[in-house]
Design a protein around this ligand. Sequence first.
Ligand SMILES: CSC[C@H]1O[C@H](OP(=O)(O)O)[C@H](O)[C@@H]1O
Ligand SMILES: Nc1ncnc2[nH]cnc12
Length: 301
Amino acid sequence: MSSDKVLVGVIGGSGLYHLDNLTFIKKVEVETPWGKPSSPITISALPNGSQIAFISRHGPHHTITPTEVPARANIAALKHLGVQAIVAFSAVGSLREEVAPGHFIIPDQIIDRTKGIREDTFFRGDGVVVHSMFGDPFSGQLNAFVAPRVEKILASTDVKLHTGKTVVCMEGPAFSTRAESIMYRQWGGDIINMSVIPEAKLARECEIDYTLICTSTDYDAWRVGEAPVTVEEVVKVLHTNAGNSRAVAAGILEEVAAHVEAGELTEIRGSMKFACITRADVQPKAAREKYSFILPEYFSS
Ligand SMILES: CSC[C@H]1O[C@H](OP(=O)(O)O)[C@H](O)[C@@H]1O
Ligand SMILES: Nc1ncnc2[nH]cnc12
């Protein structure tokens, strides 16, 4: 069973600017109330006909810094197209010996070390106050669905999958100092990137199930006697990791689409219903109209 709806979105990170095994349908330019996404969104069909939407986080030619990624436009555009689940990819540094370069990680927690300079909510400046639930920042149901499937695909390789890990999201663009890297380990961080915040928060505000499939490129800066991470080191591993990520995407997306279509992702659905503390009758009309772009069920004008 496959539908004409675009239920699954894929966000490609560093090194992952396209996917394999897809039939191109169209590129769509979506203008959202929060601006334009990082790139036109590519709609393609999987071999079974299910459609997916792909966005390249840093743009197709990697021209957008982690701080400048228009995450609100990316997530709003995907939601507006009908996406209910996002499979995002990210290149990460490892804060643990056992997470070697090349390994896959599906984290279940986040430590936010961004600096407050990214727009991390749809609900600011419009007279409507919303507090989303973020204790479990990833979709537990989607993580649980995806992890064994990724593990199965990697089983024939020497690439390991780690689950139950914590990702630290730093501001960048410079990599961490050695002292910071050691501190993140003491805090319980296992891997580090510059992208998961605000993406995960915004997906939650749109009631989209969000999972992050990470690939490790380096050991960051905490290893005594080893040189700290450089872009050169990251890029050396990025190509192999992107190939493995494409194989993983090709292996899981049909099943993810079927899972979403069957209505199996239920945890996040409805979570924003009571997240708005501002009474509907005092919400400005213009704000309601704006928010109906992402949450029409709660904010019709
Ligand atoms: C190229 S190294 C740092 C860069 O790589 C990761 O990008 P993404 O998450 O989009 O794969 C990391 O978050 C940094 O933005
Ligand atoms: N060491 C690192 N720190 C932050 N983001 C990264 N992405 C890949 N490696 C990274």
